[in-house]
Design a binder for this molecule. Sequence first.
Ligand code: FEO
Length: 169
Amino acid sequence: MLSPTLQDALNEQMKNEFFSAYLYMAMSGYFESEDLPGFASWMRIQALEEMTHGEKFFHFISDAAGRTDFRGFDAPRNDYSSPLEVLEYGLNHEKFVTERIGNLMDIAKEENNHAAQIMLQWFVTEQVEEEASFSLIIRQLQRVEGDGRGLLMLDQELGQRTFVPPAAG
Ligand code: FEO
């Protein structure tokens, strides 16, 4: 069973994860408009990952005999002034998600909900990777600043990313 407080917080985070997918699809659209198909593809794969994150919350809430509650969210940002600005915005968004996961973990601990803590542990680790991947691309973009050829090479490299569904759990 889930307490009303934990159920509400889990539903809120399910929304945040699905919103993340929507945000990264919007970023993909920006990169398509900038003729950077590799960045665009990377962002779509990021969006696919976020869908699986939202699904993890969906299944956990349902399996714990809770009730899913789908909430609306505002439109994501569509326009940016540069690839660097996109990635910086994405990193800030991931930091927000990390903070929310931390708050959720605090609630699960206060309530002694061990199952929720184990489920959330996966997200704690995942967030370290999420922030690291955005940070790496930011540093690479800073290095190639003003170098069109370098940007295209980075675009090609990012286009190699493939979608790997996360392990169940
Ligand atoms: Fe699911 Fe990127 O946080």
